[in-house]
Design a protein around this ligand. Sequence first.
Ligand SMILES: CC(C)(COP(=O)(O)OP(=O)(O)OC[C@H]1O[C@@H](n2cnc3c(N)ncnc32)[C@H](O)[C@@H]1O)[C@@H](O)C(=O)NCCC(=O)NCCS
Ligand SMILES: Nc1ncnc2c1ncn2[C@@H]1O[C@H](COP(=O)(O)OP(=O)(O)OP(=O)(O)O)[C@@H](O)[C@H]1O
Length: 194
Amino acid sequence: MKIIGICGKIGSGKSAAGVFLEELGGFVLDLDVEMHTLYAESCELQQKIAENFGAECVKNGFVDRVKLASRVFQRLETLQKLESIVYPLLQKSVEQKLEAAKKAGKVKIAAVEGALLFKWPEFSRNLDAIWVVEATDSVRLERLLKRGLTKEDAERRIQIQAQDPLPPNAKYFYLDNSGAISALQKRVCELAEI
Ligand SMILES: CC(C)(COP(=O)(O)OP(=O)(O)OC[C@H]1O[C@@H](n2cnc3c(N)ncnc32)[C@H](O)[C@@H]1O)[C@@H](O)C(=O)NCCC(=O)NCCS
Ligand SMILES: Nc1ncnc2c1ncn2[C@@H]1O[C@H](COP(=O)(O)OP(=O)(O)OP(=O)(O)O)[C@@H](O)[C@H]1O
């Protein structure tokens, strides 16, 4: 089984590319979705979130992501604190799921999709390739507003990612997603064949 990464800035269209890959029979792990599942399932994590970011960030056994986002995207140090708590759990869960998919032997291509793959350099370096989804800042902002983020939240996240490097890897493929969604789909079909 080939394992690739799908990265790109917020709102570039990584999840959309992931969905197209799934339609072609790929196995896709969306890091945002994986993280949300961990928040919902891990009492230990919920407790840590409450301790570090305030009891009001956890309500009736659910992490209030809107509240948590309003705390962590204000300051880089706060965001880094959250990352240091969640990444070991997230990475473990991803590795277990990839291993299970490999053992099941049913798919030819698996993808780990997330903006921040570069935070795991050893993992990223060993991926067979990395797809980089791209769209201009203004296009991404417009899409994020349509998706329901406030302008303030969207601009903060765009800003916080502005200098993020690409995850280390020997093989990058670029997917331009500033235009029609059909063009992205076509590009995913091309790359899935490589
Ligand atoms: C702060 C949280 C609770 C906000 O949840 P929310 O549902 O609003 O956003 P969601 O998780 O769907 O993320 C949407 C996008 O925000 C951006 N983003 C999320 N976390 C980060 C981060 N640590 N640094 C920069 N951008 C981020 C990414 O582009 C991501 O795709 C959540 O994003 C989170 O737990 N972040 C820390 C974990 C993380 O880094 N996740 C991203 C893995 S790629
Ligand atoms: N080519 C396109 N034309 C119009 N809308 C698009 C296009 N590509 C993606 N979108 C929409 O833009 C929004 C952002 O796309 P998507 O969620 O795939 O981005 P992402 O890179 O996964 O974002 P995030 O970093 O938040 O996970 C979504 O609402 C999606 O439906």
